[in-house]
Design a protein around this ligand. Structure first.
Ligand code: GLY
Ligand code: MN
Ligand code: MN
Length: 431
């Protein structure tokens, strides 16, 4: 593995650091499902982005001062017995040799060394509020550093989330190739599920099909808990119970994407469990699809993130008026936000190491403009729950379609278009 890429990200990031500052990035800790049964370890995304290092209980420190730039890392020490139980550890020596840090130390040294490292700096930056207990540690180390000499300048604590997030917002070629692979695997799983849903009885069986299709292609983990929502369950936006029996008359909304080598994909398709859309299902579906296609066209350099949002709201408002689900002038209804009863979430989010990836949505007072290398989801939807005051024929219809869109120099590339969203293509795949 070529770890030079992580080193070059550290070097690039330091251009955004204030003079005489120290950046701290904590790694993830082991998480437990119950008692001492651990989940497979998942490194913190910021930490991984800048190190490629996948051991728990580690801390990265980037010092930008008169001595230049130095990246240090604190890692678990070599330990014969622990390595027999839990596997190989690089140790400080391996962290320098294989991960190209300037210096590395045993993580038991953190509390002793951090006040010394912070002493004399003007600013300490770290992602504020992201890791349990870490805020207090930074305050303690900073206070101790300040107490070393009461006549020294005070040290300011700043949030590093935007600095790191905005670096992560523009994906490099290495990242794009991994995200493409994640998208391909997820698209193939959706295709397999569409082909086979008619033989399945429950949401849970469909969920297991996705997990299996991801895993056998190398995507062992899902990028988020899949949403497998039949009928009205689709109107619960974060439905993850995934345990109801399937009814052939219903639509099935599946929002499922794998993680591949730490990178996420995020696809939603909505398809008829029995293989054919009903008239009403198709009418709603076609509005969402029109909103989807128009929104994707707006993802291009020079446009900002509100442009796909706005066009999707307008198309959905118009469509709902045509079907009699909203009454009034479409323009006025849009202004009033009447569509929000049916389409209550935003059009999308950044995608990368995290499914809801790091990176700002505003630049100063303006909405973020699309730039080459950004990846956003586009995911409009219409949700009509049984509780809504509409004709019964519409109730229980929930539709979302979601693709992952890479901004290119001259437009965009839909990374998940392999899985059909056209209703005729879906029906033909399912037949
Ligand atoms: N799968 C989570 C989302 O679409 O935002
Ligand atoms: Mn999404
Ligand atoms: Mn999704």
């Amino acid at each position: 593995m070529d770890n030079a890429i992580y080193k070059s990200r550290r070097v690039n990031l330091t251009e955004d650091l204030p003079n005489n500052s120290v950046l701290l990035i904590p790694g993830a800790d082991t998480q437990y499902r119950n008692a001492d049964s651990a989940y497979a370890f998942r490194q913190d995304s910021n930490f991984y982005y800048l190190s490629g290092f996948c051991e728990p209980d580690s801390l990265m420190v980037i010092v930008n001062n008169n001595d230049g730039i130095n990246s240090l890392i604190f890692v678990p020490p070599k330990d014969k017995l622990k390595e027999i139980w839990d596997g190989y550890r690089a140790g400080p020596e391996g962290a320098v040799q294989d991960y190209l840090f300037d210096k590395a130390y045993d993580n038991s040294e953190i509390d002793k060394m951090l006040p010394e490292i912070l002493f004399g700096c003007d600013q300490v930056l770290y992602p504020i509020g992201k890791k349990n207990g870490f805020d207090q540690k930074v305050i303690d180390w900073t206070t101790e550093a300040g107490n070393k000499d009461r006549h020294s300048k005070s040290i300011n604590i700043l949030d590093a989330s935007s600095i790191i997030g905005n670096a992560r917002l523009i994906k490099d070629d290495h990242e794009i190739s991994l995200i493409k692979k994640a998208c391909d695997i997820s698209a193939e799983a959706h295709i397999e599920a569409m082909k086979n849903v008619k033989d399945e009885e429950s949401e849970q069986a469909i969920e297991s099909m996705y997990v299996h299709e991801f895993s056998k292609r190398g995507g062992r983990f899902t990028a988020y808990t899949p949403i497998v929502a039949s009928g009205e369950n689709a109107c619960v936006l974060h439905y993850i119970e995934n345990n109801k029996k399937l009814n052939k008359k219903d639509l099935l909304l599946v929002d499922a994407g794998c993680e591949y080598e730490m990178y996420a994909s995020d696809i939603t398709r909505t398809y008829p469990i029995g293989g054919k859309f009903s008239k009403e299902q198709l009418e709603i579906y076609n509005i969402v699809l029109e909103a989807m296609n128009a929104a994707i066209d707006k993802v291009k350099v020079g446009n900002n993130i509100m442009e796909p949002q706005e066009i999707s709201e307008k198309i959905i408002t118009n469509g709902l008026v045509k079907l009699g689900l909203l009454q009034g002038d479409p323009e006025e209804l849009h202004q009033k936000g009447a569509y929000k009863d049916f389409y209550m979430h935003k059009i999308g989010h950044w995608l990368g190491l995290d499914v809801h990836d790091a990176g700002d949505y505003m630049e100063g007072d303006n909405f973020m403009e699309f730039k080459p290398g950004m990846i956003t989801t586009i995911e409009p939807g219409i949700y009509i729950s049984n509780a809504m005051d509409v004709d019964d024929k519409w109730k229980g219809i929930g539709v979302r379609i979601e693709d992952d869109i890479l901004v290119t120099r001259d437009g965009n590339e839909n990374l998940t278009k392999k899985v059909p969203s056209d209703p005729a293509e879906i029906e033909s795949l399912m037949s």
